[in-house]
Design a protein around this ligand. Structure first.
Ligand SMILES: NC(=O)c1ccc[n+]([C@@H]2O[C@H](COP(=O)([O-])OP(=O)(O)OC[C@H]3O[C@@H](n4cnc5c(N)ncnc54)[C@H](O)[C@@H]3O)[C@@H](O)[C@H]2O)c1
Length: 379
């Protein structure tokens, strides 16, 4: 069970509540410039800072954090940053608590839910991006030997998620766009996921409606109220995927990120409209046990929350958002080879959450639409 707290002014009391004597802080390179830094520095308990990792963290980065945690004998963790910082904190917590140690973060053990008592190391997460919702999920993403690993364990769900939207003031515009699109796609994917429940659909609906209402003011006007609502939306989307997990747009995005160096949210957002278009055209391949009429109804509900007349218009709406934000699709260099590698990369386990079956041929065709041909200029 997680507590969601609003406002950085609550942090001091929170640290007192968890009774930490030495706090392990996981922070990224933006920390020195954050407008909440001074409030964090006011915490009176001794602090040890760990920031020696990069965005989309590697196993080797996490191991350095595990060693420092042990050496300094800390008793609680405060993660301040985007999804990368929060995920590093979760991985450190898991490795410190699990009998299997850091082996629990890599294959084969990473796919097992190890037995840990999360309450032994309280974790507070303060997100500084509005996108991943990692502050409210039991997942952590990390790369091992070039491939993405997802740790899933209820013991790593942060005990406290502290939301302070004013921190978004320093987030670069392109990061704002990418992270917001991650939240929107998480909301939409969670809603149509075969694992959705009434609770997750309720969270997804709030996320999608808040983003629909506030995205322009957040991106183009730098509006503080809009930022607060987008941060809330991202948190609701996180709570939604914590129950339902993500679907094909996320599964197809990971290789796009590593191949074309597109940030996570950008990569997911170029996949989602194409997958949605395919799904509306092929209800006969529905694999959700609730049936294709149910799925059609879900698509219509999502469309209503996006303020559109139906799925067709919703797909146009998402593409139009991307266009207005100048977020372009990746361009192929060696097209045939790249489409093959992309298709092979998709994790079949994740595709099982998708409500419509996507075969290898379908994936290849979809990547063929998502990845644009390079334009050859003739002089
Ligand atoms: N655990 C989950 O449930 C979950 C869900 C979705 C994504 N993820 C993972 O999260 C990671 C991406 O996280 P992200 O999109 O939040 O980005 P990020 O954490 O990688 O941060 C991106 C960049 O933004 C900077 N930054 C962050 N906040 C800032 C601020 N307020 N001001 C200035 N700069 C700031 C960081 O220093 C970094 O350079 C990926 O590894 C992704 O796979 C995890």
């Amino acid at each position: 069970m997680q507590n969601i707290i609003q406002g950085i002014d609550k942090l001091q009391d929170l640290v007192r509540t968890i009774g930490s004597r030495k706090l392990f802080m996981v922070i990224d390179s933006s920390y020195p410039f954050l407008n909440i830094k001074d409030r964090i520095e006011e915490i009176t308990v001794p602090k040890v800072c760990f920031s020696d990792f990069r965005p989309n963290p590697l196993y080797e980065d996490v191991c350095k954090g595990i060693d420092l945690f042990h050496k300094e004998e800390c008793d609680a963790i405060l993660a301040v940053g985007g999804g990368s910082s929060i995920d590093v904190a979760k991985c450190i917590k898991l490795a410190v608590l699990a009998r299997e140690g850091r082996e629990g973060l890599i294959p084969p053990l990473v796919s097992k839910r190890l037995d840990i008592d999360g309450s032994r190391i309280p974790l507070i997460a303060i997100p500084t991006t509005a996108g991943t919702g990692s502050e409210s999920t039991h997942n952590a993403v990390m790369y091992y030997q070039g491939s993405k690993q997802t740790v899933t364990n209820d013991g790593v769900l942060p005990d406290y998620a502290l939301l302070e939207p004013k921190v978004l003031a320093t987030l670069p515009l392109y990061q704002k766009k990418c992270t917001m699109m991650d939240a929107l796609c998480q909301g939409i994917e969670s809603w149509w996921s075969v694992n959705s429940t009434d609770e997750s659909k309720g969270y997804a609906k709030i996320a999608v409606e808040l983003i629909t209402q506030y995205w322009r003011k957040y991106i183009f006007d730098n509006d503080a109220d809009a930022a607060a609502n987008i941060m809330l939306a991202a948190n609701y989307a996180g709570r939604a995927i914590n129950i339902s997990a993500t679907t094909a747009a996320h599964a197809m995005s990971y290789k796009i990120t590593s191949m074309y160096k597109l940030p996570h949210g950008h990569a997911v957002a170029v996949c989602l409209p194409e997958i949605w278009e395919y799904m509306t055209a092929h209800p006969e391949h529905c694999i959700d046990p609730r049936g294709k009429e149910y799925l059609t109804d879900i698509f219509n509900q999502i469309s209503e929350s996006l303020g559109t007349a139906g799925p067709k218009d919703s797909i146009v709406f998402v593409r139009q958002m991307m266009k207005e934000m100048d977020m372009e699709n990746p361009v192929a260099v060696n097209r045939e080879q790249e489409l093959g590698l992309l298709t092979e990369s998709v994790n079949p386990v994740r595709l099982k959450n998708n409500p419509v079956e996507l075969t290898r041929d379908t994936l290849c065709n979809l990547y063929g639409i998502i990845v644009k041909r390079s334009v050859v200029l003739h002089c």
